[in-house]
Design a protein around this ligand. Sequence first.
Ligand code: SF4
Ligand code: SF4
Length: 713
Amino acid sequence: MERSFKKEVRSLTLGEGETFRGEGILAVTKALLQSGVSYVGGYQGAPVSHLLDVLVDAEDIMSDLGVHLETCSNEASAAAMLGASINYPLRGAVTWKSIVGTNVAADALSNLSSPGVIGGAMIILGEDYGEGASVIQERSYAYALKSSMWLLDPRPDLPTIVRTVEKGFQLSEASHAPVMLELRIRACHATGEFAAKDNIKATYSGLNRLSGPPRFQYGRLAHPPVTFTQEKLKIEERLPAACDFIRDQKLNERIPGDLSDIGIIVMGGLTNSALRALERMGLADVFGASRIPMLVLNVVYPLVPGEIREFCAEKRAVLIVEEGNPAYIEQAVNVELRHADIQTKVLGKGPLPQAGEYSSEVLLEGLAAFLQATRPNGIDADTLAEKARGLIAHKATAAAALGPLPPRPPAFCTGCPERPVFSALKLMQRELGPTHISADIGCHAFATFAPFSMGNSILGYGMSLASAAAVGPNLAKRPISIMGDGGFWHNGVITGVASNLFNQGDGVLIVMQNGYTSATGQQYMPSSLASRAGPAPGMDIERTLRGMGVKWLRKVRTYSVATMVTTLKEAMRTAERGLKVIIADGECQLARQRRVRVEDAEKLKRGERVTRARYGVDDEICTGDHSCIRLSGCPSLTVKPSPDPLRSDPVATVIESCVGCGLCGEVAHAAVLCPSFYRAEIVRNATWRDRALFRLRQTVIGWLGGYNGRLAA
Ligand code: SF4
Ligand code: SF4
């Protein structure tokens, strides 16, 4: 069950004279509709999943505007969609998580940016860099440089974000190059307001289709020999056209300041953090006025040489606030100033760290170091640096006063269907010994944390089986690859399965079939039991694998731990060569709970019988060994003091958040642990049969000596 964004969707219909209020990523969605796009698409991933989810829920609005929406099977297919803008005056936008998504899309992006576009083409990147990021730490900047795509990095303020999107399409058309708009996690979730405009119907769209293909032009293909001409066009025509547009339209901003012998050149996306750091030092106010002049780069590539020169002239030193590595902007500014023979000193990495997120605190320290190194006229740099260090120390003092906070490592949701598979893997390895585990991207990657700590490598989304290709032939035991159904359709079916079969490989593949791309918000995918259009798309993993020629294939319900252990042992021990696939079948519990909660509430309203399973631990039987916790890792399974005064070890207990998945009981059974788990059924709107059965059971228990005299109402 996908999340619903019906409320957010209403804000997409706002028109001229109305005020939009909401999150940055939703503002981008509205800006797309105000820009007259003909098509949008993408592949979900934090922090831009929201954009695609909202567009999916806004399908009615989109079809009124004639906008085609595509929920792509991966980022490469999303990037290839932009091919519509090569030949036709069609504006289009696609979105994904970067850097990983841009890596997947790279081939199509190169082939798009070489011929260039005539319709505005925009890629909205969730730049997942810094604290809270869930991917490798690299920047999208390198792609902008190598492929000559312009990189927009708007100041995280809603009017600026919206203007940058609208101007971004114009920039793309004026320079015939695709543009990328990067949004860090904070920009996506920054809230604010802007004056809305009416949505625009594109000149050509599903409502007014183009009459036919253009006259054949070899120059529109990314194919030799025209690629040599296209390389020249990028540098000789598109780049100057982009610089002219950026300058004429004032896409970059200047914040004046009285300390004019120094300056700060900041990536647009980092402006708020830099201003906050300055404000804490008394060098800016909360409304964004700064005493140090600033050049805010809402376009970080290309840099406009004239703007850099003008800003730096007459300044003794500038600080480049550029997060991450390599320091492209710092290098480019240095080169530009040397070419122009301007002797302004350029500082960046040095006062500021080489790598890692530039939070306001990091910037506070870096700005203090910059001021002490440059000693601008009109302020006492040492006093300000002292103040900055005091502010930073304050946090450490507060943290010490609070005491250590409990660590909160990410974990599977309570009742997750994927957790039992790792319990089974643990039990299997107890018997057969450790084996190489090729991990992958998805919720199942939570198994790399305690108590499972499983996985020897992660090479990318859907890459687990491919990354085991050279491991298997060099290891005594078969490697096990774990892949989600999302990863399977994203590319694992080709990069992993097809490659393995083609090479007559061996090994074990576990496909976690939970029904959604769960880690990104339970979006539908090809094998889901429903689609955004309603009916299931009808693609099936088992049928696909059999059709490809997989002979050894088992489908096991994930919660059946004992069966899963047996199946895993069989897969590891069989003399049969070839790929062995286990489809671990179990619906994402988070999605299931969302669905069941609504269904149950409706049943209760109608006075119908509703049951809920809960598990519990019998205090008197629990030995306090806690193997059940170590084997299941369920957050609803914890400890409490033993009620027996003769036992000092705490006993296991199940807390209120239990969803009754049954794993703890299954694990206790499969691992031959103590028989302390019991299953109870909570019945609401009980029938006369339930009540009669309950009374009968209580009576029998009483005869056996267990009834304590209390009967439920
Ligand atoms: S979102 Fe679904 S699949 Fe992912 S951890 Fe939670 S229950 Fe498991
Ligand atoms: S039944 Fe056991 S494993 Fe499942 S949610 Fe409840 S406590 Fe956790």
